[in-house]
Design a protein around this ligand. Structure first.
Ligand SMILES: Nc1ncnc2c1ncn2[C@@H]1O[C@H](COP(=O)(O)OP(=O)(O)OP(=O)(O)O)[C@@H](O)[C@H]1O
Length: 147
């Protein structure tokens, strides 16, 4: 079965109601292989979002991710990557609210940067991101699934 890295962003972690709802949604859709609250340091944030280094929102994004604890989860299910990204909805909150009002980003996103959550976009990204946030987790080849 496939695995992915889901990350709930700082403003969501501060929202007790959102956390309750999301933990319940996640628990009913995925196996949870590991979960923890963690502080994303400047170095980790810059490494995690290295692909966006040249984007206008890079500084805003990496600063926001350091603004409080995040909640990281390793999810497992069939077609996990796609399934979690579908639950998250569109990157841009305006688009999410108008086109997918039930998705996580529509419900809990505040802006394009503070869009509630993150999900790996491929098996390669999932492996890289899990290694970064869960260095203690032994991600076997068999768990990754083909992509
Ligand atoms: N136009 C934008 N303005 C501000 N922030 C943005 C913008 N586009 C993306 N971001 C931020 O950068 C993150 C990574 O952008 P990306 O394009 O990879 O989105 P995504 O694949 O939908 O989301 P993620 O990678 O976080 O799961 C987004 O989740 C969001 O926080």
């Amino acid at each position: 079965m496939e695995v992915t890295l889901a990350l709930l962003k700082p403003h969501v972690v501060r929202n007790t109601y959102a956390m309750q709802q999301l933990k319940s949604l996640i628990g009913s859709n995925f196996n949870i292989l590991a979960a923890k609250e963690l502080r994303i340091t400047k170095e980790l944030s810059e490494c995690f979002y290295a692909d966006h280094k040249d984007k206008f929102f890079y500084h805003r994004l990496t600063t926001f991710m350091q603004s409080g604890p995040c909640y990281a989860i390793i999810l497992q299910s069939e077609l996990c990557i796609q399934k979690w990204r579908r639950l998250m909805g569109p990157t841009k909150v305006f688009n999410a609210v108008y086109n997918e009002p039930e998705c996580i980003r529509a419900l809990y996103g505040l802006s394009d940067t503070r869009n509630a959550c993150h999900g790996s976009d491929s098996a390669i990204s999932a492996r890289r991101e899990i290694a970064m946030l869960f260095p203690e987790f032994d991600i076997g080849q068999d768990r990754i699934g083909a992509n």
